[in-house]
Design a binder for this molecule. Structure first.
Ligand SMILES: [Zn+2]
Length: 231
């Protein structure tokens, strides 16, 4: 069984790839550049992950998507929202995470990426697309949910001849569980970049950095990326 992995180099995509690689042949990785602030870092770190697994990486540029979105991930004139540990607790007011999700939303991003990846998969005789969708983010991002994966699988039975399927090994997990599973699968987390910004080091305060830091703190281990950067 062969699979293509969608690899942003974030914690989730690196964990999902590492888990899937235990039982599947990974044909290649796709990294998408839609003009996001962290594109350069994501491509660089995803390249390191691909080298670790000995797989080919293809970078797909989506300039048109950068051109039609007003998200703060792309638009440098807007501020990327910052969240604290308290803001992402389940008991925190949902408006805070909803406002953050709205500010970083890119129109149909996962739909576009999955469909492009499905074309690669069909043409290369691959049965699966590996994604890092997870239970924690499904709460704020509907395109991370199990319902979405099921709906996409159904769509792909019509649009691909070999019935490509989405494989989401983290779909029911929260971030601490993802860190635990990733460590079990010996995922190269020192090569995983989660920050929405593209600085030399992660900012530590954007939603993605906060969720990651909280997960490592909950599990009680140091983030290998921060360790490798001497932080
Ligand atoms: Zn950050």
């Amino acid at each position: 069984m062969k699979a293509i992995t969608l690899l942003s180099s974030g914690l989730d995509s690196v964990a999902a790839l590492s888990i899937a690689a235990e039982s599947l042949e990974i044909d290649m990785a796709l990294t998408f550049d839609y003009g996001q602030r962290s594109a350069e870092r994501e491509i660089e770190y995803a390249r390191k992950v691909c080298k670790h697994f000995g797989i080919k990486q293809q970078v797909i540029k989506l300039d048109w998507l950068a051109g039609i979105t007003s998200t703060s991930l792309v638009n440098r004139e807007l501020e990327v929202p910052e969240l604290s540990f308290e803001d992402i607790e389940k008991s925190a007011p949902v408006e805070i995470t909803e406002a953050s999700a709205k500010a970083v939303w890119v129109p149909n991003r996962n739909g576009v990426m999955l469909n492009i990846a499905a074309s690669f998969a069909e043409s290369r005789d691959c049965e699966f697309l590996i994604v890092g969708f997870n239970g924690e983010e499904a709460g704020t991002f509907p395109d991370n949910s199990l319902e979405y994966v099921r709906a996409m699988d159904k769509c792909l039975t019509y649009s691909t001849q070999n019935g490509v399927k989405v494989l989401a090994p983290l779909i029911e997990l929260d971030k601490p569980e993802i860190v635990r599973k990733a460590l079990e699968a010996k995922a190269p987390l020192e090569y995983s970049w989660s920050c929405y910004h593209g600085g030399e080091t992660p900012c530590g305060t954007c939603e993605s950095c906060t969720r990651r830091a909280r997960a490592f703190r909950t599990v009680g281990v140091k983030d290998p990326l921060l360790e490798s950067l001497g932080l």
